[in-house]
Design a protein around this ligand. Structure first.
Ligand SMILES: *Cc1c(COP(=O)(O)O)cnc(C)c1O
Length: 393
């Protein structure tokens, strides 16, 4: 594409990273399977190589560069590294910005394994982590230590859907000389740009909406110019890599991301509305809904919402809950989300928290609203509430 700067995100999703004339006219960049990349001569072999020159399969091929480009272009970063999973991307981002003696500030609502990585691996190398209330905003300033180098956020948190004031927190981090990063899996490269809100690094479980079809695992770390060298250097040092078939599926998912997300959002909003009106429900956790506690922040910073949400029941014993969930026809019970299909899970958000407590009168149910017809999804959930009532009497 000749001029990216004047194009809308949907156009970038369609055109970024493609160069058909370089590949026999094929619309999509082919799947390059390569370990060894042959050099033409001794002089060529010995010549220092730029980031995207032919070197070695682990460093990527045009298959990888295509996905890097389309994510970075849509999200507004300087570039992107593709990792083997979302957790691999989290590890890369954190390791790229820390050294022994440093201190990390991490939101209390983050994805559990991110917290675990900080407590288990960073701690082993002399990096300490303090958790903060996601609602802290600019008051995070008071939590900075002289050695704080990273602020890590996730907005909204993928279990409790608490919003962070990302620009306020990122601005404090920048003033304090720390790097801010956010897990942007829920926002996707399309609906939230961490870079436009003052962050340095964005992390994705590309496994979710970027792949979008529940058939591959991938991660991505998008960076700005200030963090480009540190992220790329750590990726090269660790050997961060994803296989070409999975990377191809990630790129294929990106091409249709906008239309899929709009449908997920429309159905999720309808479901949130329906759930808010259920007598069994204490509250719905979906920032795009006007009744959500984080709606104002979401509306200010995001351009859309995905299909992942939660709801808290007023009360429910395990037997009633099992009757409700086990009988569902259209919602699969399983980890992950972002595919075309609906999912449901009982969540336990209180277990990991240290900075704050999770207050809820009953269990939290996390649902992913897929691309099924919303009437069928509501009818299935309605039957679930009937089973819950019956089992609870
Ligand atoms: C799933 C998820 C991850 C981890 O991604 P994997 O590809 O499963 O390793 C990270 N962050 C969030 C918010 C997630 O939902």
């Amino acid at each position: 594409m000749k001029n990216k700067s004047n194009k809308q995100p949907e156009t970038l999703l369609t055109h970024s990273g493609r160069d058909p004339q370089a590949h026999f006219g094929a619309v999509n960049t082919p799947i390059f399977r390569a370990s060894t990349i042959l050099q033409a001569s001794m002089a060529e072999y010995k010549r220092p190589k730029g980031q995207r020159e032919q070197r070695y399969g682990r460093r990527g091929t045009p298959t990888t560069f295509t996905l890097e480009d389309v994510i970075a272009d849509v999200e507004g970063g300087a570039g992107c590294v593709i990792a083997s999973s979302g957790l691999n991307a989290i590890a890369l981002a954190l390791l790229s910005q820390t050294k022994a003696g440093d201190h990390v500030l991490m939101a209390d609502c983050v994805y559990g394994p991110a917290r675990n990585f900080a407590n288990k691996i960073l701690a082993r190398f002399g990096v300490t982590t303090t958790f903060f209330d996601p609602a802290i905003g600019a008051d995070i300033d008071g939590m900075f230590q002289d050695n704080t180098t990273v602020v890590y956020m996730e907005a909204p948190g993928s279990q409790t859907f608490e919003m962070c004031d990302v620009p306020a927190i990122a601005a404090v981090a920048r003033k304090r000389g720390a790097i801010s990063m956010t897990d942007n899996t829920w926002g996707t490269p399309l609906f939230f740009s961490p870079f436009a809100h003052g962050c340095d690094i964005s992390i994705h479980a590309a496994t979710k909406y970027i792949v979008g079809h529940s058939d591959a695992m991938l991660g991505a770390v998008t960076y700005n110019e200030a963090t480009e060298e540190s992220v790329r250097d750590m990726a090269g040092t660790l050997g961060v890599f994803a296989g070409p078939d999975d990377v191809y599926l990630g790129t294929r998912g990106m091409r249709t991301l906008a239309v899929r997300l709009r449908q997920h959002e429309e159905s999720a909003l309808a479901m949130a509305d329906w759930l808010w009106n259920r007598p069994e429900v204490d509250r719905v956790l979906y920032p795009p809904h006007p009744k959500d506690a984080g709606h104002a922040l979401w509306k200010r910073d995001f351009t859309g919402g995905c299909g992942l949400m939660g709801f808290v029941l007023k009360e429910a014993a395990d037997t009633g809950l099992a009757a409700m969930l086990d009988g569902l026809e259209l919602y699969g019970m399983g980890a992950s989300w972002g595919g075309f299909e609906s999912l449901i899970l009982p969540a336990d958000p209180g277990a990991n928290r240290t900075a704050t407590t999770w207050n809820a009168p009953g269990p939290l149910i996390r649902i992913h609203i897929g691309l099924e017809h919303i009437d069928d999804l509501i009818a299935d959930m309605d039957a679930g509430f009937t089973r819950l009532a019956r089992a609870s009497n």
